[in-house]
Ligand binder design. Structure first.
Ligand SMILES: Cc1cc2nc3c(=O)[nH]c(=O)nc-3n(C[C@H](O)[C@H](O)[C@H](O)COP(=O)(O)OP(=O)(O)OC[C@H]3O[C@@H](n4cnc5c(N)ncnc54)[C@H](O)[C@@H]3O)c2cc1C
Length: 517
């Protein structure tokens, strides 16, 4: 069922068993799990079914830390959320990402990678991926023409990726949601405040506003915030009527530990062997599944070198052209142009698609090396609320993105390992870009970039003094409030986050089915 909130009378109260705030990858993944259930689900979406600049402006915020994408360009504010933009690159986190590593402060998850396996498999179906299989040997058996570079996997291993079509949740799942009798989708319903009882130990309702000045309320037995990383923190911090520092923020953790993936050109690989190896392994199609691989740093090397997880993609270099930064590759205007082009059916490609490689026979000797490195969890890297308010009266987000010396040192350490291994195996020689070899305290280069991945801000931990949500994604100290999305990631790993966040959303949905009986 679908209702446009603007058509409801002012002051209307909506009731349900479960109320989900935000209809993006996380919110829609959860809502779909309840279709046909006896329980009533309310899915509150701030936007409509189409992009609207007025709605998008609610995402405008301040960037006061390292240079970062304009916040209103980094997420989409309408039904389907940022999956209207995403590129569809999927892989799982690695075992080591879940472990507390002494050399990476605040690292680790309170759950294991293995416990996510059944949910990863289900998430594959949601994201229209191929078989839940990331084993390079099995991929080779399916397609013997794929020849991974002959590297020692104890040092640098081949990490597999699969590419979602990419699934645009807003179009792919719209009919399913709208036709579901027990799921009530309310569009143009921006949640502006989470209201609680006197002690802020339970949510009593949600305040919803429309641009037309209407105010509605939603009441449910349980609530899930699925508004994306910056919005989840912003909404909790702005809900400060009863809990003066913000809801779930008794230990000043909400908004902290904001993480990105550091996606940057970092070096060049010159193939030196007699024959330049086919780089088909880095991007190929098997049946209906688009897949590819990256060179990844092994667990053993991470431990030995006390460095962070990272992967690297070689891309054929364009002679005479300096490597571009992520920001240069994806300025907000380009994203917007791309989105419009896609909507009008003029292109199927996505902003982060790798450039199509030349046929294997013409693979050039020089490749640019693009790194994807995890960011160390850092309490000083944070989202807070600004003085300025948006058109609906909610304080705007203020992002202070910060990195640590470990983030810097890890790049160089990774490239030293990579260079040694590519040289030892006779594959080629690595040239590090100057910034990689410059001192750790040197400023970050202009090419500093993120992957459009927002993680942290409501991190998961057993201990309420160290995390905002518990291992079941419930907000510590608030009985009937959970959080879905990559804001719960306590450690980012180097893989793109959406597969993991959808898996966690399905896991949360299963837990809620037990809670709500
Ligand atoms: C250019 C680009 C490329 C990307 N490529 C990849 C990729 O290749 N692989 C990958 O894994 N990830 C990628 N991502 C990231 C991916 O898009 C996100 O991880 C994912 O969409 C997050 O899902 P979410 O449900 O948490 O948030 P969103 O998808 O952003 O959904 C949040 C929803 O909440 C709604 N909302 C927000 N505030 C409120 C409110 N107050 N009240 C009601 N509703 C509200 C929004 O309108 C939106 O519909 C990319 C992102 C971008 C921008």
């Amino acid at each position: 069922m679908h209702t446009d909130a603007r058509t409801l009378e002012d002051g209307r109260l909506l009731e349900a068993d479960l109320c989900i705030v935000g209809a993006g990858a996380a919110g829609i993944s959860i809502a779909r799990e309840w279709i046909g259930d006896a329980k009533k689900v309310l899915l509150l979406e701030g936007g409509g079914f189409e992009y609207d600049p007025k709605m998008q402006d609610l995402y405008r915020g301040e960037n006061v830390g390292l240079p970062y994408f304009p916040l209103q360009a980094a997420r989409l504010h309408y039904f389907g959320g940022t999956t209207g933009h995403w590129a569809g690159f999927c892989s799982t986190l690695d075992d080591i990402d879940f472990v507390a590593r002494p050399w990476v402060p605040h690292s680790g998850w309170p759950i294991t990678r293995a416990s996510l396996d059944p949910y990863y498999a289900r998430a594959h179906r949601v994201l229209e991926l191929g078989p839940y299989d990331y084993d390079v040997a099995r991929w080779r058996r399916r397609n013997p023409s794929l020849v991974p570079l002959a590297l020692d996997a104890r040092t640098v291993w081949t990490k597999m990726w699969q590419f979602s079509p990419p699934t645009r949740f807003g179009t792919r799942y719209r009919d399913e949601i709208v036709n579901a009798r027990n799921v009530h989708l309310l569009t143009h319903a921006n949640v502006c405040e989470v209201e609680t009882n006197e002690s802020a130990s339970a949510v009593s309702g949600l305040r919803i506003r429309t641009f037309e000045g209407k105010e509605l309320r939603a009441r449910a037995r349980h609530y899930v915030l699925a508004c994306s990383t910056i919005q989840n923190a912003r909404l909790l911090l702005a809900s400060n009527r009863r809990a003066s520092t913000g809801l779930g923020n008794a230990y000043d953790l909400v908004g902290r530990y904001f993480m990105e993936h550091l996606e940057m050109p970092s070096g060049e690989l010159v193939f030196t062997g007699k024959q330049v190896p086919s780089t088909k392994i880095f991007e190929f199609v098997w049946g209906q599944t688009k897949a590819g691989a990256e060179m990844a740093l092994s667990d053993a090397m991470q431990r030995e070198g006390r460095m962070q997880n990272a992967t690297v993609s070689p891309r054929p270099a364009t002679p005479g052209q300096a490597p571009k930064s992520t920001f240069q590759n994806h300025p907000a205007e380009q994203m917007e142009a791309r989105r419009r082009a896609e909507q009008s059916g003029r292109t199927n490609s996505t902003p982060a698609d790798p450039p199509p490689g030349p046929p294997a026979a013409q693979v050039p000797r020089v490749h640019e090396l693009h790194t994807r490195q995890e960011q160390a969890p850092n309490p000083a890297s944070r989202v807070t609320i600004a003085r300025e308010r948006d058109a609906l009266g909610v304080p705007r987000a203020r992002l202070d993105w910060r990195l640590t010396p470990l983030d810097r040192r890890s790049f160089r350490a990774f490239y030293e390992v990579l260079g040694r291994e590519l040289g030892r195996s006779g594959v080629g020689r690595v040239r590090m870009l100057d910034w990689v070899t410059s001192p750790n305290n040197a400023p970050w280069p202009a090419t500093l970039g993120g992957g459009w991945h927002h993680m942290g801000t409501t991190r998961m931990h057993d201990d309420p003094k160290q995390g905002v949500v518990d291992p079941n994604c419930r907000v510590h100290g608030v009985a009937n409030l959970s959080v879905a999305g990559d804001s719960v990631f306590p450690t980012s790993g180097s893989a793109n986050p959406t597969l993991t966040l959808v898996a966690l959303s399905l896991r949360l949905s299963d837990r809620l089915k037990t809670v709500l009986g």
